[in-house]
Design a protein around this ligand. Structure first.
Ligand code: PLP
Length: 813
């Protein structure tokens, strides 16, 4: 049906009538989307069941990727691409009078993540399925994803992301697979047959109901599963004796508290302190996910000692660390294993990815909170801690200092990263630099104890979504040049290097970039009524708003450019369009005022006739996966300008590179590896190195005020933040920003790196004027971007951490 246009059209029209009672003439875009999605979902149903059956029959080792976030975006286009149906469907719909891109716009983004960490999980699922691995996702079906951002009067306003308002065509509710999750209560200890038994009583029971989403691999691969859990009431109103005084209110209160568990995704950095609901969410995911994993394992009828050979559980950051004590609880309390055996099994089954070195982002939970909400799990954490510290003191009799540094429970807090390292067999960082810093700084005592556990797996992105689907014209030109093999083997993009000076290819690439820029310009015109020049340099910084990512340095530089143009109006310049998009965590006031500042600057710059033919600034609201897919193919310059040592990897950097943008960046995260491949010629590096940053932190020799006093460009823009002028505003509007730099001594070295940053932008202007040279650099970037496909990353996780191989290699060339 999906390989033959005429068959597709007739099947489609028939479905429209039988399901919606509509003819094609009456159908809306929403109807078309719904019918198309449902058709595909049903079409792959058999393959999905077949995949699951073959995994069971062959007793294949399964990987379960536990993550509190899956930033999936839309699925229609990607599923069509992976199924090889894109063309038939596009042409079939066109015959029926519909444009596929317009239909894709009907799908709400599944925004179940904050940023890079959640998007990584989504890219990994795509690669696992496409490479033929038995790997599944385990997450939460948040009723509301990350908030929708509106910019009103320059300010960020947060609205609920009601993504499930209409039915979700991809998910399958599996009520028969629900499991029970327990909170609160008290632990009773009893002796039975010479064994100590732990029984939790008076607990609150909640149903976890799975919603399964098929993860369709590219080509003839299998269909894996993303299982998202939803919390439901486990109280039967008919058996509650509601006639008793007040019990009706108790019932309502219970229901409300249950529903809140999977109600919304916590924004990053919202200050988890006291957020018991977040802890509840984490345990809910871990307990439900583990029960379902073990239920599948139990069907194999193997002893639990076989678990590490049949199951790998990976935790995406520390958020799902409770799988460790929860697995211990199940093995010891429910399955009757001894502690040591259970511990061996657990620590051979769980592996952990660290995503951050920022101390404020390392999760800690107050002991009281964990003990009350999860009494038995807390006892197990204490026991793990006791044994771990005991082991250390055996090995190092004077090791009190060491113990206080590495203890899992310390100062009335449970340190999740410590628990994750102690309870797993593999700890990986997400870029070479990040892993080195983990080993030598933040987690050094653990590295000294367990050197073999630490390893690096540099992040990646799926080239299917971020290149083939997001930039089809570029993909076609690549295939015309080197054949289509790169789609299955992204490393083959390297073949483009040979053509880096081929003038025909250079011209084609620049033409495609221009056409992508025109499309984005039209989108901007429609959204904001601002006209942007497609021949200006599109300079883009899109990512979550964080002080360490230094959107502030970018906008201060724009303010300086504005001043410079006003001072020298007749000087010729290469026109620039600076494009920003970013969400700020709702409670992160500094980040929010940086958004306001960008919007104020945009307003001033874009309205000034002396300036606006040379300089434009745009802030596009509601950054999301689908917005990223529109923006990135149109970028000339990619801003990856975090303070060195702060960005664990970055994946935005890889998406831009793959779409032929040139990077202006610091030696941070995966930029370092990009630079190793590209060299100085194909990337614009600037700023302090991570070592220099660390030295300044140590010796305190950086004084932001000195830089402010000495550099008149900097003094002027800083003063413009707080005094009347082109960018300010009612009084002291940007005080917070001003103080963060001058009073709190510029923690992220914005002023320190400013000069080097500004000079590098001048270099970019010069290089851009030489179009053939720019085109060559673009080609070199694309050629090396295959290295950052998540296919490569996943192959390394599979071989070096999970010990799994593709299931049906015969199908996958
Ligand atoms: C890739 C991506 C990110 C991560 O971007 P970084 O530049 O690595 O921080 C965040 N949000 C969305 C929507 C993305 O697609």
């Amino acid at each position: 049906m999906f390989n033959n246009k005429e068959l597709f059209k007739s099947a489609f029209k028939e479905q429209l009538v039988s399901r919606l009672g509509k003819d094609i003439e009456e159908a809306t875009a929403g109807d078309i989307y719904k019918i198309l999605g449902t058709l595909i979902r049903e079409f792959i149903g058999r393959e999905w069941a077949e995949t699951n059956r073959s995994y069971m029959d062959q007793q294949e080792k399964q990987v379960y990727y536990f993550s509190m976030e899956f930033l999936i975006g839309r699925l229609l286009g990607n599923n069509l691409l992976n199924l090889g149906m894109l063309r038939t469907v596009r042409e079939g719909l066109a015959d029926l009078g519909w444009n596929l891109e317009e239909i894709e716009e009907q799908e709400p983004d599944a925004g179940l993540g904050n940023g890079g960490l959640g998007r990584l999980a989504a890219c990994f699922l795509d690669s696992l399925a496409s490479l033929g691995y038995a790997g599944h996702g385990c997450g939460i079906r948040y009723r509301f994803g990350l908030f929708e951002q509106k910019i009103i009067d320059g300010h960020q306003v947060e609205l609920p992301d009601d993504w499930l308002q209409k039915s979700n065509v991809w998910e399958e509710r599996r009520a028969d697979k629900r499991v029970e999750v327990r909170f609160w209560g008290q632990v009773e200890v009893a002796e039975k047959d010479g064994k100590t038994q732990f029984n939790t009583v008076n607990y609150e029971k909640v149903w976890a109901v799975p919603y399964d989403v098929p993860v369709i691999g590219y080509g003839d691969s299998q269909v894996n599963t993303l299982r998202l859990w939803s919390a439901e009431s486990a109280m039967d109103p008919a058996r509650m004796g509601l006639e008793v005084q007040n019990s009706y209110y108790k019932f309502l209160e219970y229901n409300r508290s249950v529903e809140s568990i999977s109600e919304f995704l916590y924004p990053d950095d919202s200050g988890y302190e006291g957020k018991i609901l977040r802890l509840k969410q984490q345990y809910f995911l871990c307990s439900a996910g583990l029960q379902s994993v073990l239920r599948t394992f139990d069907k194999l009828e193997l002893p639990y000692s076989e678990l590490p050979n049949k199951v790998a559980i990976h935790i995406n950051d520390t958020h799902p660390t409770l799988v460790i004590p929860e697995l211990m609880r199940i093995l010891v309390d429910d399955k009757g294993l001894g502690w040591d055996e259970a511990w061996d099994i657990t620590t051979q089954t769980v592996s952990y990815t660290n995503h951050t070195l920022l101390s404020e982002a390392l999760e800690k939970w107050p002991v009281n909170m964990v003990r009350e909400l999860l009494p038995r799990v807390y006892m197990i954490i204490e026991e793990i801690n006791k044994r771990f510290c005991g082991m250390l003191l055996d090995r190092f009799p004077d090791g009190q200092d060491l113990v206080s540094k590495v203890a899992i429970v310390e100062s009335d807090q449970v340190k999740m990263a410590h628990l994750a390292i102690v309870g797993s067999y593999s700890v990986n960082g997400v870029a070479e630099l990040h892993t080195e810093l983990l080993k030598t700084n933040v987690m050094k005592p653990f590295y000294d104890l367990f050197p073999d556990r630490f390893n690096n797996k540099t992040n990646g992105i799926t080239h299917r979504r971020w290149l083939i689907h997001a930039n089809p014209e570029l993909s076609n030109v690549i295939s015309e040049t080197i054949g289509t093999w790169w789609m299955k083997r992204p490393h083959q993009l390297l073949g483009l290097e040979t053509f880096k000076e081929d003038s025909a290819l250079r011209e084609k690439i620049m033409k495609i970039k221009r056409s992508n820029k025109l499309r984005l310009a039209e989108f901007i015109r429609q959204k904001q009524g601002v006209m942007v020049d497609p021949d200006s340099i599109f300079d883009v910084q899109v990512k979550r708003l964080h002080a360490y990512k230094r959107q502030l340095m970018n906008i201060l530089h724009v303010m300086y450019l504005y001043n410079d143009i006003k001072d020298h109006p007749s000087v010729d310049r290469v026109p620039r369009t600076f494009i920003f998009a970013a969400k700020a965590a709702p409670g992160y006031y500094l980040a929010k005022s940086i958004i306001k500042l960008i919007n104020v600057v945009a307003n001033t710059v874009n309205k000034d006739p002396q300036v606006n033919s040379k300089l434009k600034v745009l802030f596009l609201e509601n950054y999301s996966v689908s917005l990223a897919e529109k923006i990135i193919p149109a970028a000339d310059v990619s801003e990856q300008i975090s303070t060195a040592g702060k960005e664990a990897s970055g994946t935005g950097n890889m998406k831009f590179m793959m779409n032929g943008a040139l990077t202006i960046g610091t030696l941070d995260g995966a930029n370092v590896e990009m630079h190793q491949m590209l060299g100085d010629d194909n990337m614009f590096l600037f700023g302090l190195t991570s070592e220099e940053v660390l030295n300044y932190y140590k010796n305190g020799e950086y004084i932001a005020k000195d830089v402010y006093q000495k550099d008149p460009r900097i003094k002027r823009v800083m003063d413009q933040l707080v005094s009347p002028g082109p960018f300010c505003c009612h009084e002291r509007e940007f005080n917070l920003i001003y103080q963060s730099i001058l009073e709190h001594n510029d923690e992220f070295f914005v002023l320190k790196d400013f000069d080097s940053y500004a000079n590098t932008h001048d270099t970019i202007d010069q290089v851009y004027l030489n179009t053939p040279e720019w085109a060559t650099k673009t080609i070199v970037n694309i050629a090396h971007a295959g290295h950052f496909s998540s296919d490569c990353t996943i192959n390394r996780y599979a071989a070096n951490i999970w010990d799994i191989r593709p299931v049906r290699p015969s199908l996958h060339v």
